[in-house]
Design a protein around this ligand. Structure first.
Ligand code: IVH
Length: 670
């Protein structure tokens, strides 16, 4: 290909990728398959790799990868980013409308555009000739922070505008809100809780916290969304009205809320308000009201602005989803993984139409940080279908009778020891046979890579625990055929099948057995390391912290958890009973295969021809390597089979070696 042709090809690919990105992320309506998208992306990457001089910052390949910053640079806004006045009832909106009409010629008709008021972080994007150039926070309204690299990782922000119908102007400043969906916010907080990190108070804080990160890779890992709702300066194009502006930018591929309405009068503004309010609980994003804006830009000019806010727009806030009530008591709830969650028992109160009598306190740190005491008056918040939580306590209302709360050291369900492991936010019951944890434990115990008890599905496990037939995984092996047959939907034949698979499961390797115990922080890989190191269950049982931590790849968290596990009498009894049931542990052979992949991490994507995923992972493990499920900077090889997923792209972006199945076979010598 000639240089000119290559450049043309690159331009064409970029244009297609921008378009398909828009179909996928903004419209949520992809036109082509993921595989096709990936192929186009790969082709572009290859061409850019060969011609680095042709790479541009708005290329679809440039979404992630920027290096961490020392600090954010300042960006001055061409036009100040104003804030909004608030109104809380119809009366205040009528006054707003009257004020406006006084400023316009008599009898003027005013149309309003109404949009949801998003609760996130306000941002300005600048497009130069259609290419995304910089993005900044609102800051003090005049000067914000340059967060360009972070914004580039948000898939709903186009790196280049789509110019099929209307060409992009010389300069376009678009304002909007970066937001977190309620669901993604909950998922993120759950992960943070598991990692012992501090929780975000609400989706807005999660959005702001994710964008004000010096390392764009952290932002890239957060599922942020972006809605455009306003204009800064535009050079080379004229808009007559806000409605026209929104329509045009959405044709350029910028995301605009579908919940916008052009209202000819106040009555239709009010009816839209009630519609939105009704939908509020079902919306994917947090909205705290709506924004009413004069549509006509000429009229806006006449009406003018105040120092901090325009006269032509107002926020009409929804009723608060916070209420004040008293914390009558605090109790601890035991979850499936043994985590104790403190729960505030409240004097019942109605919040947004729903009666609330309990609120989660998340964990002990949260209680300590917010200094929550039994008897306190507190502000309770309910958002969407999020579990109600305590925002803060009102210390000025303390009578002196309030008492501090500490999670119990004994499990309220089984009396087992409650321990908080280092680096964990949660306190956990350590007793393997605690009924609260039992179902989950048994499911894990029976799972394919653990004891592999075929046919023992969730429904059976539920029945066994609910009927009190099984109080520890060991009990499974002592059930009689009669007992099995008495369970729901259990014919004699299936009872025999279960008994057969239990029998079959008794021959088990040491590493599988260790894994099946469900010790926290001991996954398959750690179980294998422990089996290889100790070669005996007895030795593992008596290992102390120092010995455990001396094993390569066993960290303090796992070591502590292992010691704790084997010091719990209930766990030791379960193991004894398992051995009594006839479990025969196969010890690893001394002559393990040469550890040719020691220290190497593999990730598999797509279907392999010669191995199942599990076999390939086992093979890697048997040679001393490890298989991970997600690509990160610690990955050494990504093995690509047929129809690979997004992992391949991620690997490319991180510059990780990508190998085919054949190359993998050569590596493992098969
Ligand atoms: S218009 C001058 N539209 O609310 C007009 N703002 O309290 C100001 N916001 O800083 C912006 N949704 O962060 C506008 N549909 C929307 C909005 C919105 C949320 C935020 C924005 C602004 C704040 C003002």
């Amino acid at each position: 290909m000639s240089d000119q042709n290559i450049n043309q090809k690159i331009q064409q690919l970029r244009k297609q990728l921008h378009y398909h990105n828009y179909r996928y992320y903004v419209l949520d309506d992809p036109e082509i398959s993921d595989a096709e998208y990936d192929r186009m992306m790969r082709e572009l990457q290859t061409l850019e790799h060969r011609h680095p001089e042709l790479v541009t910052p708005d290329s679809p390949t440039q979404r992630v990868g920027a290096a961490p910053l020392e600090a954010f640079a300042a960006i001055e806004h061409t036009l100040p980013m104003l804030s909004l006045d608030n109104a809380f009832d119809e009366g205040e909106i009528r006054e707003f409308d009257q004020r406006i009409k006084k400023l316009l010629a008599p009898q003027s008709k005013v149309e309003y555009v109404v949009e949801p008021k998003f609760d996130g972080l306000a941002v300005e994007l600048v497009y130069i000739n259609g290419a995304f150039s910089t993005g900044s926070t609102r800051g003090d309204g005049f000067v914000g922070e340059d967060i360009t690299s972070n914004l580039k990782t948000i898939k709903t922000i186009p790196l280049h505008l789509i110019e099929d119908k209307i060409s992009a102007p010389e300069r376009l400043e678009v304002r909007g809100e970066a937001v977190f969906s309620i669901k993604d916010f909950q998922t993120l907080n759950r992960q943070r809780e598991q990692n012992g990190e501090l929780l975000f108070a609400n989706p807005r804080n999660a959005a702001a916290g994710s964008l004000r990160q010096l390392d764009p890779k952290i932002t890239a890992s957060r599922p942020l969304d972006f809605f455009c709702y306003g204009m800064g300066q535009a050079v080379g194009i004229n808009f007559e009205s806000h409605w026209q502006f929104l329509d045009t930018i959405s044709q350029w591929g910028l995301k605009v809320t579908p919940l916008r309405r052009l209202c000819p009068d106040l009555e239709s503004v009010f009816s839209f308000y009630h519609e939105l309010l009704e939908q509020r609980e079902q919306l994917p994003h947090e909205i705290d009201g709506m924004v009413i804006k004069v549509n006509d830009f000429g009229q806006r000019e006449t009406i003018g602005v105040k120092t901090r806010s325009p006269r032509w727009a107002i926020a009409y806030k929804f009723p608060a989803r916070q209420e004040t009530t008293q914390i009558l008591n605090i109790t601890a709830q035991v979850g499936r993984t043994g985590a104790l969650t403190p729960v505030a028992i409240l004097k019942p109160v109605k919040i947004g139409g729903v009666e609330v009598s309990r609120a989660t306190l998340h964990n002990q740190d949260e209680i300590d940080k917010k200094d929550i005491r039994v008897g306190d008056w507190a502000v309770i918040q309910r958002a969407g279908d999020v579990i109600p939580e305590v925002v803060k306590v009102i210390t000025s209302r303390r009578s002196g009778e309030q008492t501090k709360y500490q999670l119990p050291s004994k499990c309220p369900v089984c009396g087992g020891h409650v321990v908080r492991l280092p680096d964990e936010a949660a306190h956990r019951c350590q007793n393997l046979s605690c009924p609260a944890q039992l179902k989950q434990q048994i499911r894990h115990f029976a799972s394919r890579n653990a004891m592999d008890i075929e046919g023992l599905g969730d429904k059976l496990v539920n029945q066994l625990v609910d009927n009190g037939l099984v109080k520890s995984p060991a009990d499974l092996y002592f059930l009689t055929k009669d007992q099995w047959s008495q369970l729901e939907r259990m014919a004699e034949k299936s009872a025999q099948n279960i008994i057969d698979s239990l029998e079959k499961s008794k021959d088990v390797s040491l590493e599988r057995f260790i894994y099946s115990l469900g010790i926290r922080f001991v996954g398959e890989h750690a179980a294998r390391l422990l089996a290889e190191h100790f070669q005996s269950l007895e030795k593992l049982k008596h290992a102390n912290y120092d010995e455990l931590i001396s094993i390569h790849e066993i960290g303090p968290r796992s070591a502590q958890s292992i010691v704790q596990f084997f010091s719990e009498a209930g766990n030791l009894a379960t193991i004894d009973r398992l051995l009594q049931a006839g479990i025969k542990i196969q010890f690893p052979k001394k002559s393990a295969p040469a550890q040719t992949l020691a220290g190497k991490t593999f990730v598999f994507t797509g279907a392999l021809e010669n191995f199942t995923r599990h076999e390939a992972e086992q093979l890697v493990a048997s040679l001393g390597g490890r298989a991970a499920s997600a690509v990160s900077k610690n990955t050494d090889y990504v093995v690509v089979g047929a129809e690979p997923g997004s992992k391949e792209e991620k690997a490319r972006q991180l510059g990780i070696e990508i190998i085919s199945e054949d190359e993998f076979r050569r590596l493992v010598n098969q």
